[in-house]
Write a protein that binds this ligand. Structure first.
Ligand code: FE2
Length: 388
């Protein structure tokens, strides 16, 4: 592992201003002013638009709000972005405010590309292609999980071609993230649980990534501490603003950690299983996380022992190996405690798709950063069988 060696070197990028607090949504206006922008379009989904949350944001913005685009769908798509861009151009917007889950935030990220550079979205697919800052973007997440409010990645479905376009560029990182726990209190328990496990997977994968470094370790370990303390409480009592707030901060910290350290085998498998069987991202990660950790155990004992400590386990007098195994067990226990499935067979996954999933996981960009390099698709196949 590269973390504590003399040849340690890294870049750490985290340009997003983070504004946190119950009622922080009231700060969207001043935050927009500080970016020196005057004409905002709110990007959101139909469900949220019906809750009154968007009306509230519109009232807060007053004349600064020149339009609302409430048509984002769960997996945002090229056709949605094209429509939204046309709308934003029509009202002469100079800033985007996304309010919602990862899909709304990713929509605004993709819109910012086209509103600044023009052309077609597919031309900007790939890694670090953009050359200059984009139209400013304030992200207001209403879930605590994806970390999209601070990451450099956006994923957009191309429904015509049946593929996902992935954009990874530092210019996509939102300028400001407004974390207001009051916006998450109505998330149902199952979504709270699965998005929370996505955040835990980001934190743990940051730690077993080859690109981990002390700054990302610090963020990830604190995120793990907070998730083990507050995820179950948030699932149990969604109205607990303090717990909701801790989860939002944890998800954002885990987002910064993985945006710099990258991910690993768990996300590689979760992406493949999600695409093939439609398993929600957080659920796939929750199921696969302990198996990915077991796979890495031989090369991550020290790291997983630190995770056990962060998870609140008494590791005193335990060997590193014992503590590491306890961390894996704690992840399984947490998944059960918050009522999520723990086996792929619980979520309508059938074994006939495993071979293609294993191939796709091996081709996923995340696999490159995993601390143990799989020798081939067979390694993944065995893990999927175990998780079934
Ligand atoms: Fe994720």
């Amino acid at each position: 592992m590269p973390n504590y060696t003399t040849d340690l070197s890294f870049n750490f990028n985290s340009p997003t201003k983070i504004v946190f607090g119950a009622g922080a949504v009231n700060d969207i206006g001043p935050e927009m002013d500080s970016l020196n922008k005057k004409r905002a379009v709110i990007i959101t989904d139909e469900g949220l638009a019906a809750t009154g949350m968007i009306d509230r944001a519109k009232d807060i913005l007053g004349k600064r709000c020149v339009g609302i685009f409430p048509e984002v769908k769960p997996d945002t798509g090229v056709y949605i972005i094209d429509k939204a861009v046309k709308y934003a151009k029509g009202v002469d917007a100079d800033i985007l405010i996304s309010i919602g889950g990862g899909s709304s935030i990713d929509t605004a990220k993709a819109m910012a590309i086209l509103l600044t550079e023009g052309g077609k979205l597919e031309d900007y697919q790939g890694w670090q292609i953009l050359k200059r800052p984009l139209m400013p973007h304030i992200a207001v997440p209403t879930t605590a999980g994806t970390g999209s409010e601070v990451t450099y990645v956006a994923v957009v479905k191309d429904h015509d071609r049946g593929i996902k376009l992935v954009f990874g560029d530092n210019h996509l990182i939102p300028n400001t993230a407004i974390l207001d726990p009051e916006l998450t209190v109505n998330l149902p328990p199952d979504i709270t649980a699965s998005t929370g496990m996505d955040a835990l997977s980001h934190a743990i994968e940051s730690i077993h990534s080859l690109q981990r470094q002390p700054m990302t370790d610090g963020l990830a370990l604190q995120a793990i501490r907070m998730i083990f303390n507050y995820l179950a409480i948030s699932v149990e009592n969604g109205k607990d603003i303090a717990a909701r707030g801790q989860m939002q901060i944890a998800a954002t910290m885990a987002g910064i950690a993985f945006s710099n350290a990258q991910l690993g085998i768990v996300h590689a498998m979760a992406h493949a299983v999600g695409a093939r069987f439609g398993v929600p991202h957080g659920v796939a990660n929750a199921i696969l996380l302990p198996y990915g950790m077991e796979y890495n155990l031989g090369v991550c004992e020290k790291e997983y022992a630190a995770i056990a400590d962060a998870a609140g386990i008494d590791v005193h007098k335990k060997t590193k190996r014992e503590a590491a195994e306890m961390a894996i067990y704690a992840v399984k226990r947490l998944t059960e405690e918050i009522g999520l499935p723990t086996k792929l067979s619980d979520v309508n996954v059938t074994k006939e798709g495993f071979a293609i999933c294993a191939e796709n996981a091996m081709a996923d960009p995340s696999i490159v950063y995993n601390s143990r390099t799989p020798s081939g698709p067979d390694d993944i196949l065995k893990l999927l069988e175990k998780a079934w």
